[in-house]
Write a protein that binds this ligand. Structure first.
Ligand SMILES: Nc1nc2c(ncn2[C@@H]2O[C@H](COP(=O)(O)OP(=O)(O)O)[C@@H](O)[C@H]2O)c(=O)[nH]1
Ligand SMILES: [Mg+2]
Length: 371
């Protein structure tokens, strides 16, 4: 990674802005196994909106990725056709199993496919039933047989289940402090980098980064690399008592983004310690970061585990990797917090968007696709 970034710096100088990094595997010459490569995509930050310059440790890989894109979209089309037939099969299967029978007294049979489509989107059964009942209640009797009308009401009902918050409100000259917390590996550090880059490049703010590192491990390095490339001040707090100094060290910044780290997914950041760090930082907002690709159970467990730090927003990452987003609905009800951002890929700073209620509902229902 360092080598690739050094190459980017050589080519673009201090104004280099990283757009994405990823590890790629490449087949060796004559097909003798594969080797891992780091690919870095960067743009000239000074060019201000000019065409991004793509450089990479191995330029061949950038070309290979571009060539693969049309194939991905063909696969997507194929997949939709598949999904439709899967859905039909599923309704039949559910009917056979008797799992839809108990719905029938209260739900018009015309809504059974709607119920099946919710289950298909990984919406937990209890919630799916409640949603279908709501839809049935709101529909005019004549409309139950009009798929477009059903779809509209279904969207409304799901929208009502997805509270969203406005994006982080940075104010020039005010130092707002925003902390990201959450399980290891969900994408906190990447999301901090995306936010920082967007606030700096797109909106002209001066963000600074603080990383909480109680384990003295490489987690700091990852953020340091982003800080170098985006050209931002970074400070490290090793203990809650160091937090104030760390924030002060950043100097004249508008926005302080605090990244937090655990040691490994099996050994989560200790919650009490985290709460102490946050108490010292006095953040204006705490965002709990959760992976949309995680199952309902692990999402619920994460919300429970982090209840103590009193997050006031949720960020869902990895929407691009999730099979169905219905689990988000369950956890939204449990956490009772609005969603601030969604992230949809590994690319910094592109793959992030402020949460939008309509879009979120459509994504959950599979009416819209990520990206
Ligand atoms: N597909 C996908 N990967 C992501 C996303 N956000 C982060 N990642 C990847 O998830 C991995 C862990 O991210 P990291 O920011 O280190 O997680 P942290 O432990 O919470 O700080 C990295 O490989 C990221 O590139 C996303 O929205 N989509
Ligand atoms: Mg991290």
């Amino acid at each position: 990674m360092r080598e690739a970034l050094a190459q980017v710096r050589r080519d673009l100088g201090g104004a280099a802005v990283i757009l994405g990094t990823r590890e790629v595997r490449r087949r060796r010459f004559l097909g003798l196994g594969t080797r891992a490569l780091i690919e870095v995509t960067a743009a000239n930050g000074r060019a201000g909106g000019a065409e991004p310059v793509v450089t990479a440790a191995v330029p061949v890989m950038a070309l290979a990725a571009a060539a693969a894109a049309p194939m991905a979209s063909r696969a997507l089309h194929a997949q939709f056709g598949d999904q439709l037939s899967q859905l039909h099969a599923m309704v039949e299967e559910l009917t056979k199993q008797g799992r839809v029978d108990h719905l029938l007294p209260e739900v018009p049979s015309a809504l059974v496919p709607t119920y099946a489509s919710l289950l298909e989107a990984e919406v937990p059964e209890v919630l799916a039933r409640r949603i279908v009942r709501d839809v049935a209640e709101r529909l005019e009797p004549d409309d139950t047989l009009r798929p477009a009308a059903v779809r509209d009401v279904l969207r409304e009902v799901v929208e009502a289940c997805v509270p969203v918050a406005p994006p982080i409100g940075a104010v020039a000259g005010m130092r707002r402090v925003i902390a990201l917390v959450g399980p290891t590996g969900v994408g906190k550090t990447t999301t901090v980098a995306k936010l920082a880059a967007n606030f700096k490049l797109a909106q002209g703010f001066r963000p600074g980064l603080v990383t909480v590192d109680t384990y003295r491990i490489a987690a700091v390095e990852q953020l340091r690399i982003y800080a170098e490339i985006i050209n931002l001040p970074l400070a490290v707090a090793n203990a809650p008592g160091e937090m104030e100094r760390a924030i002060g060290e950043l100097g004249d910044v508008d926005l302080v983004l605090i990244d937090t780290a655990g040691r490994s997914p099996r050994d989560e950041v200790k919650i009490r310690e985290l709460a102490d760090f946050l108490a010292a930082a006095q953040p204006d907002e705490v965002h709990l970061v959760l992976s949309a690709a995680a199952g309902e159970r692990s999402l619920r467990a994460a919300v429970d585990r982090f209840a103590r730090v009193r997050a006031d927003r949720l960020i869902f990452t990895k929407l691009d990797e999730a099979d169905g987003l219905g689990g988000m609905l369950a956890v939204l009800g449990q956490a009772d917090r609005p969603v601030s951002y969604l992230t949809t890929g590994q690319a910094v700073p592109d793959d992030i968007e402020p949460a939008d209620r309509k879009r979120l509902a459509r994504l959950i229902l599979g009416d819209e696709v990520v990206a």
